[in-house]
Design a protein around this ligand. Structure first.
Ligand code: ADP
Ligand code: MG
Length: 284
């Protein structure tokens, strides 16, 4: 009995903290059958904390100092966690760094190459490391100094409080769920299992996320994609409905998105779809 219509639909969405950038996206929502989500910052809080440090030499403080030096200028949430852990008294060493997208950082300290990133980064530079680091179900930053594995830092992120309920509601609404992440497969599998997500792919570089989405589109799926990071902007652009997590989201992703979720709750993804469906029922 609510006189909804398009204006009503947009208004109702806005009351729920969901910004539709045009009424046409309410229509698009009625066609969506698949929800694809980024992991970090979308389903998880995207706020990492250092849990454990291991140094081959036994000097954990020095390992952190080196890692924090390399991570010092990066805005990546993993980098912020390591720099925060190094503490306010931390004095960075002299360094030149390069960011390797989706893998980590490479730097030079005292003429020695230092790597801080995932195992794919070490593979790229042909540095070997203990094989079990790959199977660990937590995010790990591996540190290499002068082409030798020097230790690693175990860091953890937390699921958003409404993530499990959001996925459950998507399935109730008949939606297929997919998760894409740059994080390693072991972490991705653990989270997908916890949340009951239908399909989950890890170890993806930004361009791999795009080709995964293209593949799903070719398979005939009508996709809403939700992401937050700067790497997510191309995928947001490609989806039938591009959704940005607005609170912590990068400007590029928010700008590219058709729909912005202001408070970052994954439950709002399904609310947005429901509002689109409800609006159509009332308009027609
Ligand atoms: P996601 O898709 O989960 O948002 P990203 O594409 O930003 O992740 O990063 C993918 C992976 O690359 C991370 O899980 C991490 O292993 C590694 N990585 C990226 N940036 C950094 C960094 N600054 N320091 C260490 N590791 C990093
Ligand atoms: Mg992300």
């Amino acid at each position: 009995s609510i006189p909804l219509g398009y204006f009503g639909g947009i208004g109702l969405a806005s009351k729920n903290g969901i910004l539709f950038k045009g009424s046409n996206f309410l229509d698009v929502m009625t066609t969506i059958d698949t929800v694809v989500m980024d992991k970090t910052g979308t389903l998880t809080k995207g706020v990492f904390k250092v849990q454990q440090v291991f140094s081959v030499s036994g000097d954990e403080k020095e390992l952190i100092r080196i890692a924090a030096t390399v991570e010092n200028k990066s805005t990546h949430p993993i980098a912020r966690a390591i720099v925060a852990y190094a503490g306010k008294d931390f004095i960075p060493l002299q360094v030149e760094t390069t960011e390797v997208a989706g893998k980590g950082l490479s730097g030079e300290i005292d003429g020695k190459r230092v790597l801080a990133g995932n195992t794919a980064l070490l593979d790229q530079f042909k540095v070997s490391y203990p094989a079990l680091l790959k199977d660990e179900e937590e995010t790990i930053v591996v540190v290499a100094i002068d082409n030798q594995y020097a230790g690693h830092i175990l860091i953890a992120d937390e699921l958003k409080p409404d993530a499990a309920e959001a996925i459950l509601e998507m399935h109730k609404q008949g939606l297929h769920t997919v998760m894409l992440s740059g994080d390693k497969q072991a972490v991705v599998d653990k989270i997908a299992k916890l949340l009951g997500i239908d399909e989950a792919y890890g170890g993806l570089l930004p361009e791999d996320k795009v080709s995964r989405l293209e593949q799903l589109k070719r398979a005939g799926r009508h996709i809403a994609f939700a992401g937050d990071g700067i790497n997510d902007a191309p995928v947001v652009a490609l989806a039938d409905a591009g959704i940005a997590m607005g609170g912590l989201g990068s400007d590029a992703t928010i700008e590219t998105a058709d729909i912005v979720i202001q408070n970052d709750q994954p439950g709002k993804i399904v609310t947005a779809i429901q509002i689109g469906r409800l609006t159509k029922k009332i308009v027609w």
